[in-house]
Ligand binder design. Structure first.
Ligand code: TRP
Length: 453
């Protein structure tokens, strides 16, 4: 592509990929999935999934992107022309598009919470009030839709502006800020009364809770949190320069992402136990517990509680937006490269489509909640199908493709930057891609979904 830009620096590439990875998945989804699956034991399985499947698959996706210099929807066509592999690329685009729809709804909630924090809406409330406040808001047929639209428009604006200045620059400023804030909040949360119950839940594994459901949940979460399984990072990797060290970049992104997730757990669980909220509240968890933490932790110094809650939701929104941008970029780049729409026209189509998916998922929590699929409302069903089925499937295909199909010289060449870097772990990497990842993912599927009857 003549207009294909590169990230400005190697560090920029890490920040952009980390910006995609770090988002609501870490702060919103990880704590509630861990809460639903018994805490510490889930976290151990999760860490296993990140390091055994996640990192090698991330390097595989980087390889596909950088080598093909095409977005994910076109990458397989470039690398294996005329084969059915191109459908894996299309599956990725579809997955990302669906995720963007419901992810934007939750991103929109963060804007409402910024607004509430700014207008002092959290002060003087009891724990029960925060529950009602969230329910009233999320089930409202209009208000969340306005925020959804706002998120989609902001994302749209950045994507149309282009990759380099928008994504790369904003990530470089936001990520460090997010770190500082999240560390501060963890300290606050840990000093709350009864915080040790939360710590215990987070750190003391109860292995009787490890069922096949835990494996599927942890694997889905690992893919979701690392932005894997749909070619999001492979699309970003198509903007990597030739000196970017793929292994090191994947390691950095994996560590940053895990660090933020675990720290979020250190904020949420002590806080939830301290105010007597069960950690299995599901998607509403952080929206109910966090306002409480701010009130209780800094109750005596209202200014501090005000500043912290505003700052927290602003950062959460920013972290969400770097992720929506990466999701939006996948479909936009696909329409642009495949059908030769201009970038802005492509982005308009994606934004409009996401709005429709978003509206459906948002209403699914309120007026449309009676409609269920397999006992789940449409929002949860969308999350289940994308995160727990489509992403692991996409990741498995990426592993098989790089492990078995792609030319060995290319596979090794991409990891070593064609001989410039050493890669002592190369045999392990290939072994995981060939055997461990496909078999492991297949086993988890078979076990949980009972595909073999
Ligand atoms: N990883 C992001 C988060 O944790 C969300 C995200 C961005 C994503 N791109 C993705 C999830 C691609 C799955 C696939 O918030």
């Amino acid at each position: 592509m003549s207009d294909r830009v590169n990230f400005g620096s190697r560090l920029g590439a890490i920040f952009a990929a980390a910006g995609s990875a770090v988002g609501l998945g870490n702060v919103w989804r990880f704590p509630y999935e861990a809460g639903n699956h018994g805490g510490a034991a889930f976290i151990l399985v999760y860490l296993g999934c990140v390091f055994i499947f996640g990192l090698p698959i991330m390097i595989a996706e980087f390889t596909i992107g950088r080598r093909s210099k095409a977005c994910t929807g076109g990458a397989y066509e470039v690398l294996a022309p005329g084969t059915r592999w191109r459908w894996v690329g299309y599956l990725g685009v579809l997955t990302g598009f669906l995720i963007l729809g419901y992810y934007s709804v939750v991103s929109g909630w963060t804007l409402e919470y910024i607004w509430q924090a700014l207008s002092g809406g959290f002060s003087g409330k009891t724990s029960a009030d925060y529950v009602t406040m969230f329910q009233d808001f999320s089930q409202d047929p209009f208000r969340p839709l306005l925020w959804l639209l706002a998120i989609l428009l902001i994302t749209h604006f950045v994507v149309v502006k282009g990759v380099k200045d928008g994504i790369e620059k904003s990530s470089k400023i936001m990520m460090p800020l997010l770190f500082v804030l999240i560390l501060l909040l963890a300290v606050c949360s840990l000093t709350l009364p009864d915080a040790e119950k939360g710590l215990e839940f987070l750190l003391n594994p109860d292995f009787s809770k490890v069922t096949s459901d835990v494996f599927l949940g942890a694997m889905g979460q690992a893919f979701f949190s690392l932005s894997l399984g749909m070619g999001c990072l492979s699309t970003y990797a198509s903007y990597f320069g030739k000196h970017t060290n793929l292994g090191q970049t994947a390691m950095s992104v994996g560590l940053i992402d895990t660090f933020v997730a675990v720290l979020s757990g250190l904020i949420i669980f002590p806080a939830a136990f301290s105010v007597g909220i069960q950690p299995d509240a599901g998607p509403s968890l952080i929206f109910i517990t966090l306002p409480n933490v701010f009130q209780q932790a800094f109750g005596e110094v209202p200014v501090l509680s005000y500043v912290c809650s505003v700052a927290f939701y602003v950062l959460l929104a920013l972290a969400a937006i770097t992720s929506t941008i990466s999701l939006q970029e996948v479909s936009t780049a696909f329409l642009h490269e495949r059908f030769h729409f201009t970038r802005s026209r492509a982005a308009v189509l994606v934004t409009a489509g996401s709005l429709v998916v978003g509206i459906i998922s948002s209403l699914a929590l309120g007026v449309w909640s009676p409609f269920t699929i397999g006992g789940m409302n449409l929002f949860d069903a969308l999350d289940f199908v994308t995160a727990k089925i489509m992403l692991p499937l996409g990741g498995m295909f990426a592993a098989v493709f790089v492990g078995w199909v792609l030319d060995k010289h290319v596979v090794k060449g991409e990891v070593t930057n064609y001989g410039l870097l050493k890669s002592p772990y190369y045999p392990v990497y290939v072994f995981i891609l060939r055997f461990i990842a496909p078999i492991g993912i297949a086993l988890i599927f078979v076990n949980e979904l009972g595909w073999l009857g």
